[in-house]
Design a protein around this ligand. Structure first.
Ligand SMILES: CSC[C@H]1O[C@H](OP(=O)(O)O)[C@H](O)[C@@H]1O
Ligand SMILES: Nc1ncnc2[nH]cnc12
Length: 290
């Protein structure tokens, strides 16, 4: 086995993966809440894989109520070194037609009131989100899409909306003016939390629709998203398999493994013990150092 443990977060339409050897659903407790489901643990080639369906099996959990803190914390507790998240997205760009895969490299967070940090009073920390994804994983994901026979555009700005309703036409056009290229409901705060947990994170998005800005296309509905996802599910699964199999055996360190170095501002004597206990997985590395 290599030293990669890849957490895969499966989005709409991706609730399990069949390429896993020795698959086992395992419940992982988190002090932050209930993860969306048990974690499907197994291996693909030389890589340990921990798969978590973002909305739970059967798509039980809505984007606004799914507990991203519990999900990221549980994946960290399950030993993940890196996370590849998969999402269905609407396209805000003519060139990104339904069926295409996209690696996200920037986010605009327009979600409202979701818990978006592990830190707070008693343990204040500020990580950089300037470059919110791991380039190495994103490049690797794009190559895996090509190896599986799909087409992937590298680098797009993802607008995270609250939902669960889809956007109005005015919103959809506004987001295009803001420079957003794809839209979804779950990429934030997930990406922020992965960074706080020092987990390199990449978001592989599958374009399912043109949202509602394009006059010549029907406005998005959930049927369009799920139909497109069903068409793409095989490609998504083969991409995940190709992604794991092509990882080099040796995982060289990423700067994101140390995202909390120089991020914590609360003096050791002013820290909240109860919060530090909850942070044992996410920030244990820096807590133990100080
Ligand atoms: C099922 S349509 C809207 C739903 O699909 C996307 O989910 P995910 O990002 O988990 O693939 C979108 O964000 C919404 O949650
Ligand atoms: N148009 C859209 N808006 C928000 N989330 C989506 N997920 C898939 N398509 C979407």
């Amino acid at each position: 086995m290599s030293d990669w443990t890849i957490g895969i977060i499966g989005g709409s339409g991706l609730y399990a993966i069949d390429a896993l050897e020795d698959p086992q659903w395992i419940a992982v407790q988190s002090p932050w809440g209930d993860p969306s489901d048990e974690i499907l643990c197994g291996t693909i080639g030389h890589v340990r894989v921990r798969f978590l369906p973002r909305h739970g099996r059967g798509h039980r959990i809505a984007p606004s109520t799914l507990d991203s803190r519990a999900n990221i914390d549980a994946l960290k507790r399950a030993g993940c070194t890196d996370i590849l998240a998969v999402s269905a997205v609407g396209s805000l760009s003519e060139e990104l037609a339904p069926g295409r895969f996209v690696t996200v490299d920037q986010f605009i967070d327009n979600t409202k009131g979701r818990p978006s940090s592990f830190f707070g009073d008693g343990f204040v920390a500020h990580v950089s989100m300037a470059d919110p994804v791991c380039d190495r994983l994103s490049r690797h994901a794009a190559k895996a899409v090509a190896a599986a026979g799909g087409e992937c555009t590298e680098g797009a700005t993802y607008l995270a909306m609250e939902g669960p309703q889809f956007s109005t036409r005015a919103e959809s056009r506004l987001y295009r003016h803001w420079g957003a290229e794809v839209i979804g409901m779950t990429g934030m705060p997930e990406a922020r939390l992965a960074r706080e947990a020092e987990l390199p994170y990449a978001l592989l998005a599958m374009v399912t629709d043109y949202d509602c800005w394009r006059d010549e296309t029907e406005a998005v509905d959930v049927g369009q998203v799920l139909d497109r996802m069903q068409d793409n599910a095989r490609l998504a699964r083969e991409t995940i398999e190709a992604f794991c199999k092509a990882l080099p055996r040796k995982r060289t360190p990423s700067p994101i493994d140390h995202a909390l170095d120089n991020a914590v501002v609360t003096a050791p004597e002013a820290r909240d013990k109860a919060l530090m206990t909850r942070l044992d997985a996410v920030a244990g590395r820096v807590i133990r150092q100080q």
